[in-house]
Design a protein around this ligand. Structure first.
Ligand code: MTE
Ligand code: MO
Length: 364
């Protein structure tokens, strides 16, 4: 299918995410959809811990409370009437790429496609918090979803906190729309949080609570899951900023390309916290050996991103000279000089996996 034939919005009959676990539903973005700069809703990866709760816009309310002078609740229509902001944002699950780690940590066996980029619209949370008048001793906001289940044999909701400065950043959105349409049930309808530049565990779906707290939150999804443990070079603690990463979207793995013919190599690259990608490099290794053949790194051409939190496309024209097996590698560097490491940076839960991208293929 050509890119122009890909439907936008949620009426995407041509797409279905690839199921990783059926219940609760977890699925990754199909490879072909990564060619689009905005991932169609019908193709967008889904990460659910407890399943989709029953919520409707009519019954929905967000309660803002805790260490605030004026706690209150807001309904959907009132939210829609507030000043809005629109941003293209890459969402990436912190566990994306986990299946590349050895030994493979426990958790969903994501390949590298628990990622997508969507156009979100919503109200900056700071406007809502402003009305509640946050007390000076507040240090974080705890955001709660309407979904719940069992954790360690006890009932638990999905809750995750953000430091005040991140929660009150003008780009942290209480989002109602994704790609121009009201949020789909699996993506948090009617209202979710979107925190650009952070791993998507921060983007609490089916958002119903925002509680200012005076001590750092230590709930299950804050202090037990979605934390780096036993990682090299990174202090243990909650996953935060999305690490610089690239994907190769063409050619496909194990495809055959012709010797002497120009072959387009394409992909996507992104980094966290609104830090732009500065550079993507490509390298072609020949044969079984690592570093075989003309193994230099060559600059790819970077396409423009549609905003500070969107991803870039990139492309490189490769003309293979010899028949045989090749490994194409790609690595991105961001404006802060962060670069993808050669190997998956191991940690006990398998988060932040951003090694150099690679695709093996054969030249005939
Ligand atoms: N309420 C709630 N919010 C949630 C989750 C969840 O299970 N419940 N999963 C989180 C995780 S880990 C990720 S990666 C993103 C996935 O967002 P998506 O399903 O819209 O792609 O939602 C986050 N928000
Ligand atoms: Mo996630």
């Amino acid at each position: 299918m050509t890119a122009s034939a890909i439907p936008r919005g949620s009426g995407a009959t041509a797409w279905a995410p690839e199921t990783v676990v059926a219940d609760p539903y977890n699925a990754q973005t199909p490879s072909a959809a990564l060619a689009e700069s905005v991932t169609p809703v019908g193709a967008f990866f889904v990460r659910d811990h407890f399943g989709v709760p029953q919520t409707t816009p009519r019954r929905w309310r967000l309660r803002i409370g805790g260490a605030v002078a004026a706690p209150y609740g807001i309904g959907y229509d009132e939210l829609l009437a507030m000043p809005r902001r629109e941003l293209d944002v890459v969402l990436e699950c912190a566990g994306n790429g986990r299946s590349l780690m050895t030994p493979r940590p426990p958790g969903l066996p994501w390949e590298q496609r628990a990622v997508g980029c969507a156009h979100f619209a919503g109200v900056p949370f700071r406007l809502l918090a402003g009305r509640a008048r946050v007390e000076p001793e507040a240090v974080e906001f705890v955001f709660a979803g309407a979904d719940s289940g069992t954790v360690h044999g006890r009932p638990a909701a999905f809750e995750r906190s953000l430091p005040l400065a991140v929660a009150l950043h003008p780009d942290t959105l209480v989002a109602t729309h994704m790609n121009g349409e009201p949020l789909a049930p699996e993506h948090g309808a009617p209202v979710r949080l979107v925190v650009p530049g952070r791993y998507a565990v921060a983007d609490v779906k089916w958002l119903v609570g925002a509680l200012a707290v005076t001590q750092p939150f230590t709930g299950f999804f804050q202090a037990e899951e979605y934390v780096y443990v036993a990682s090299r070079g990174t202090p243990d603690g909650p996953v935060t900023t999305v690490r610089v990463k690239s994907l190769i979207t063409a050619p496909e793995p194990d495809s055959a390309v012709r010797r002497g013919r120009e072959t387009p190599v394409r992909g996507r690259a992104w980094s966290g916290s609104g830090v732009p990608v500065r550079r993507v490099e490509v390298r072609a290794e020949y044969g079984e050996e690592e570093g075989g053949g003309d193994a230099g790194w060559h600059d790819a051409v970077l396409g423009a991103a549609t905003g500070p939190y969107a991803w870039n496309s990139w492309s490189y024209r490769w003309t293979p000279e010899r028949p045989g097996r090749y490994r194409l590698l790609a690595r991105a560097t961001d404006e802060h000089g962060h670069i993808q490491p050669p190997r998956a940076p191991w940690n006990a839960h398998g988060y932040g996996c951003n090694p150099v991208a690679s695709v093996e293929l054969v030249v005939v």
